[in-house]
Ligand binder design. Sequence first.
Ligand SMILES: Nc1nc2c(ncn2[C@@H]2O[C@H](COP(=O)(O)OP(=O)(O)O)[C@@H](O)[C@H]2O)c(=O)[nH]1
Ligand SMILES: [Mg+2]
Length: 414
Amino acid sequence: MDLIWIVLISIVVVIVAFGFVALGVTRRATRRTREIAEQFGSLPPAPPKRRPPTRTPPPPPPAPKPLLPREALPQQPTAPMRPGTARAPEVRTVAPAPETGTGAPETAPAETEIAVPVEAKPRLRDRLGRTRAVFAGTFGRTTLDEAAWDELEESLILADVGVRTTTAIIADLRAKAAAQKITSGEELMDLVKSELVEQLGGADRSLKLVPGVTVWMFVGVNGVGKTTTIAKLAQQEVGAGRKVVLAAADTFRAAAADQLEHWAERTGSEIVRGQEGADPGSIVFDAMAAATGRHADLVLVDTAGRLHTKVNLMEELKKLRRIVDRTEGALQEVLLVVDAATGQNGLTQARQFADAVDVTGVVLTKLDGTSKGGIVLAIQAELGIPVKVIGVGEAAADLIAFDPVEFVDALFGA
Ligand SMILES: Nc1nc2c(ncn2[C@@H]2O[C@H](COP(=O)(O)OP(=O)(O)O)[C@@H](O)[C@H]2O)c(=O)[nH]1
Ligand SMILES: [Mg+2]
């Protein structure tokens, strides 16, 4: 009996021992399988202590920012349809977006409210470099002889002051130089500066605003900078807390209203626009209605610079003027936009527009890229129309209220 028990116990011990051995082998085999599989990437990685050192993978790229779809922009209801219009002009209010120059339209993240950043105002002196260069060295002479006078005359003509105005200025200066017994180039420079300020001085250059709705209308040939100037002024006026409506009455070119709408978005203005070929009169009519209905302060009317004929254009502008004039006292400025680089040609254009619509002031653009800044003097002397604001670049902040003293200082100052 004892023997049987001993045999049985021995068998159990042997079985248990086998079991342990088998378990160990299986574990080792599993580990090995895992290691092999890991090398071929088919299993989840083993605990860190078993992994060969690896580099931290780069963080995933940030998720793209949500873009604001056009439909998501807050929109005003469409203005009422007028008889004779193919489609009612649309009135939209658009949220201000950040200014990044005058490039292609961009959309803004929907969830953040973005204020139009205040751009640094450009220094006039820096932007007038090319006209300034025309006068550089003119006043370096120690004696005021005939050569010095010739040089000054030449510089004024080169800067596009125009022959007639230059002749008048030189005659005036000669008389003053003789009376004041001026003998050096340096003294002459002071005299020239005060003469030019005097020539330019005295005009009222303010852009008029009245209580209720004020309208500023912009006229001028294609490409001079009407739409850009409107954008710049819209930014300025919205910044001053005014509610601004842009009237896209240049329906001659397809892109014109799009360009204005883009600026409405950036400046936080409302826009009234129609389709290409729509009646500009109906756009202005609806813009006036929208402005009155919504208690806007200012309507900026963009007009076409070209129609099929010049007569058409002038007649169209007169018509737009009459529509605005139905709101008594609203039309405060008819601003003729002139590209400074066109020099004396700009004067011819100015005469034609001034004859058709009573122009109240000139916006002289692109002074930054031209040596013909002297045209400011010619416009005022020959047309009697004051230059009110000047464009010195393509960005929204590149608009400066024209000040004769600042202008002359920028041309001749050290
Ligand atoms: N350098 C410079 N470019 C300007 C200025 N004003 C407008 N422009 C550019 O002139 C071009 C025509 O302007 P736009 O406003 O479309 O002219 P519009 O046809 O009269 O409306 C655009 O490329 C503007 O960026 C300015 O003061 N300086
Ligand atoms: Mg335009």
